[in-house]
Design a protein around this ligand. Structure first.
Ligand SMILES: CC(C)(COP(=O)(O)OP(=O)(O)OC[C@H]1O[C@@H](n2cnc3c(N)ncnc32)[C@H](O)[C@@H]1OP(=O)(O)O)[C@@H](O)C(=O)NCCC(=O)NCCS
Length: 197
């Protein structure tokens, strides 16, 4: 899949691929126990975070199903790296991809995640021509479910006690949005203007 529009820029953020100089910033959230469960790997110390960063630095394009595009989310005003948004291409024929995100707790509740995830969905539909983007989250993960709902993603499934996680029953929500349903950035602004007018 061709990607010409990187880095992405929004009102307050830049979404770019990861660099080796990002180690300290990534360490700042990957190594936190509360963030660990949302990552694909154990990243508890500098060596493990460096290994995770090396993986993400290579996730710069989607060439075959299974590939991941990993983008670092940085604030435009001070270039601080505040989190990450990823897209995993799961199915080429049906043009499906999975969205994931993690933000440093120090930068939450300011609308940054919403702004960054919206930009990634725009990229997925407009540049990568995806047909459907889905996201999974734990049923008790209210901030994540709220974010996905606010962005207009539909709750398609609630899997009850479908797995055991650290000895406890796990419940999972699946959200999705289709290309034709996605409200692009400009349309959202138009809608907001109309609502305010
Ligand atoms: C899920 C997660 C990214 C949500 O982060 P978040 O900071 O709550 O999300 P946002 O940045 O969009 O912030 C939204 C909040 O900021 C508020 N806000 C403040 N200023 C804002 C602004 N300028 N624009 C929009 N919202 C703003 C919103 O009102 C909202 O608060 P509310 O929930 O009380 O309505 C974060 O909790 C996280 O990283 N969790 C761990 C990883 C995870 O759960 N991943 C999911 C698996 S894929």
């Amino acid at each position: 899949m061709q990607m010409s529009g990187l880095p992405l820029e929004t009102e307050r953020l830049r979404l770019r691929t990861f660099q080796s100089a990002d180690l300290d910033a990534v360490m700042g959230y990957h190594a936190l126990p509360e963030v660990q469960r949302y990552l694909d790997w154990k990243a508890r110390d500098r060596t493990e975070v460096r290994a995770a960063l090396d993986v993400m630095r290579a996730q710069t394009r989607l060439t075959r199903p299974g590939d991941v595009l990993a983008l670092a989310v940085c604030r435009l005003n001070d270039d601080t790296l505040i989190g990450q948004v990823t897209l995993r291409w799961t199915d080429a024929t049906a043009a499906q991809a999975e969205l994931r995100f993690v933000f440093n707790p120090a930068f939450r509740r300011q609308g940054y995640a919403r702004e960054a995830v919206r930009a990634m969905l725009d990229l997925g539909f407009d540049q990568l021509a995806l047909h459907r983007i889905f996201a999974r989250c734990d049923a008790s993960n209210q901030p994540s479910a709220r974010l996905l709902r606010v962005l207009g993603m539909r709750l398609e499934a609630h899997f009850r006690e479908h797995a055991l996680f650290q000895g406890e029953w796990d419940e999972e929500l699946h959200f999705a949005v289709l290309d034709r349903e996605w409200l692009r950035g400009s349309k959202v602004k138009e809608l907001t203007r109309n609502m305010v007018a």
